[in-house]
Design a protein around this ligand. Structure first.
Ligand code: DLZ
Ligand code: SF4
Length: 512
């Protein structure tokens, strides 16, 4: 049996046709999967995310066994667990003496370098295969980026539409336009009654994981229960079906809307399933396109949805591998304020922040506008250290893996890369939040007040941010209008706004 190969499958590689499994033979080779402390603790993961990953791993191992594979499965509480993936791989390689180890390239830099380190130390060759579940190979992205002055998502996305033929009519985009976002900004209204994502009762295997995570991570972040995520490909498909059938038609219109009592609105809530391998991105896009072609969903909804997966998701992954490891340390605006404790507790008088963080604690989920324009916007306006913001986003969302989270946080949200990803900082005052949500009605702050103790912190921090960063941002044409407005304001009013901001920030720092 010394001829057997060993195939390591990671917790976000739960796809039966992942490269390393495709290269192996179920009749002969052995699969290794391992739950380990290092992966469970490199971020302060939400406990629902831990349950999702471990439960999905265990179900996937069973699926492989049913398909005829021999699977060695190491549980987190196994007595001789070494605590790391490299440790488990070295242990299994020593024990089984395989002819070769197969590994699909890990999604995160951290793990990729850990396996680089192991390469020489193993007695057997380690063969690493590209993760081809992505629609744009790393080399193809690098080729696309080469020689370009600007790496704009929109350019990349059009290229991907052409390359895949998704939502194309001949050589042109379906419906005559590449992007229908202008139609995707309806404010919320009463009585929308969104369907909500599909929910699944935990089976005994998942129940065992919930108990284990509850016992081993008593101080972990986030509510463990009710746990309702899909943990198998079949369930994830059912979640996708429900979204396509019931939410997609209105997904576009209300993509940016926020309601205190409707955390999911018409969003698909499938990112976590895509990111651990339960759903295939191309298959998901094709099904959304079919909904449009068959008249079941409007083009603005389908195009917006496909752009997230075919465009944005692939683009941020390309940026990640192009720019790491330096990218992680970027801090173009020199922000250094610690992350306020309320990011973890949700205890703040700002109703919008309390709502976004509260649902994050409960569900390990918030949608893109809550992330970008509420929690991210606040961090940027308040000058919080981007690496601290990164640590938070990586921890709290079930879908957060560094390859997708880091460019979204540092680049898109915090402008820490100096404008590589976005042409201007994503900042907005309270008026934007008020237009797009029902939060302000429930807030102790007054969204209309521009200064003083009751003034909405987003409003005063917005102007303060622009004033603080004037030297760097003044030349940005997309900020010319706000700077003009600021300059036209009465000097006393400007002073009052900046004074209110200073007081608020002092309180945030525990100084006031
Ligand atoms: C996220 C995660 C967690 C919490 N636990 C494990 C684990 O115990 N074993 C494992 O193989 N993978 C886990 N993962 C996923 C890895 O962290 C993931 O492969 C890297 O983040 C690379 O994307
Ligand atoms: Fe948020 Fe300001 Fe609205 Fe309060 S008033 S909910 S702080 S935007």
């Amino acid at each position: 049996m010394a001829e057997r190969r060993l195939v390591l499958v990671l917790g976000d590689q739960l796809s039966p046709d992942i490269a390393a499994l495709r290269a192996a033979d179920p009749a002969r080779d052995r699969v290794l999967m391992a739950e380990v402390e290092d992966e469970a603790r490199y971020a302060w993961h939400h406990r629902k995310k831990l349950v999702l990953v471990f439960a999905a791993m265990r179900h996937f191992a069973e699926r492989l066994r049913r398909a005829g594979w021999t699977v060695d499965y190491v549980r987190l509480d196994d007595a001789d667990n070494s605590g790391s993936l490299t440790g488990e791989l070295a242990r299994a390689a020593a024990h089984h003496a395989p002819s070769e180890v197969l590994l699909t390239e890990p999604g995160e830099w951290r793990l990729a370098t850990a396996f680089d380190g192991l390469q020489g130390a193993l007695a057997v060759p380690l063969r690493r295969l590209e993760d081809d579940r992505f629609l744009c190979a790393r080399a193809d992205f690098a080729a696309w980026a080469r020689g370009r002055k600007r790496l704009r998502m929109e350019d990349f996305y059009r290229e991907m539409r052409r390359r895949t033929g998704l939502l194309m009519d001949g050589d042109g985009p379906a419906g005559g336009r590449w992007n229908f976002d202008a139609e995707n900004r309806k404010p919320p209204k009463a009585g929308l009654s969104p369907p909500g994502p599909a929910r699944f009762d935990p089976d005994p295997a998942t129940r065992a994981v919930i108990d284990m995570v509850g016992a081993r991570f008593p101080d972990g972040f986030g509510d463990l229960e009710p746990f309702w995520f899909a943990v198998t490909a079949t369930q994830a498909e059912a979640a996708l079906d429900r979204f396509l059938g019931e939410a997609l038609p209105r997904f576009g219109d209300y993509q940016d809307a926020m309601l205190r009592d409707e955390p999911f609105l018409f969003h698909a809530v499938i990112a976590a399933y895509l990111n651990i391998g339960l759903l295939d991105p191309m298959a998901v896009c094709r099904r959304a396109e079919a909904a449009y072609r068959e008249g079941r969903a409007p083009l603005n909804a389908v195009e917006g949805f496909v752009r997230q997966i075919l465009g944005w998701r692939e683009y941020v992954r390309g940026i990640y591998w192009l720019k790491m490891p330096g990218y992680r340390d970027r801090n173009e605006l020199g922000h250094d304020r610690p992350l306020p404790a309320f990011y973890w507790s949700g205890e703040t008088e700002m109703a919008c922040m309390a709502a976004a963080i509260g649902q994050t604690r409960r569900e390990a989920y918030a949608h893109h506008i809550q992330r970008l324009m509420v929690t991210g916007n606040f961090a940027l306006l308040a000058g919080i250290a981007p690496q601290a913001v990164h640590g938070w986003y990586l921890a709290v969302y079930a879908d957060a893996f560094e390859w997708v989270e880091l460019p979204n946080t540092l680049g898109m949200s915090q402008y820490a890369d100096g404008g590589l990803l976005s042409s201007k900082p994503y900042i907005a005052g309270g008026n934007y939040i008020n237009r797009m949500s029902d939060y302000c009605r429930h807030c102790r702050y007054d969204v209309k007040a521009r200064e003083g103790a009751d003034a909405c912190p987003f409003g005063v921090l917005y102007w303060d941010f622009l004033a603080r960063h004037r030297q760097r941002l003044d030349g940005n044409p997309r900020l010319a209008q706000p700077y003009r407005t600021w300059d036209r304001m009465d000097p006393d009013r400007r002073d009052a706004i900046r004074d209110t901001a200073a007081r608020f920030l002092a309180r945030l720092d525990g100084r006031g």
